[in-house]
Design a protein around this ligand. Structure first.
Ligand code: ZN
Length: 97
């Protein structure tokens, strides 16, 4: 089972990035969800503040996920072409078949 949690404050985002574990999925009403490396430069504090704080998550939402596989399974997210989170998309549990 993958883990996900919505990031609703800048402080949460800051702590997650300090911990440097997992990935971030950005849901945007204007395009498909994208998964980014947690410390990728393409996740900007300004964009976060606009979407999450000013627009109260109406135009987009940020989620922490434990893996790229979870991002694919739970959000049907595509990998960011800029920061390129890991290419391994196969869930290890499928190796037994
Ligand atoms: Zn990215």
């Amino acid at each position: 089972m993958g883990e996900t949690s919505e990031i609703t404050t800048f402080e949460e985002l800051r702590k997650l990035r300090l911990a440097d574990e997992g990935y971030i999925v950005i849901e945007d009403t204007a395009r498909e969800p994208i998964v980014h490396k947690i410390n990728a430069k393409c996740i900007s504090a300004d964009n976060f503040n606009v979407k999450v704080t000013l627009n109260a998550r109406r135009t987009g939402k940020y989620f922490w996920v434990d893996s790229v596989a979870t991002a694919g399974r739970e959000f049907a997210a595509r990998r960011c072409k800029v920061c390129r989170p890991e290419t391994l998309l196969v869930d290890p549990s499928t190796f037994n078949t």
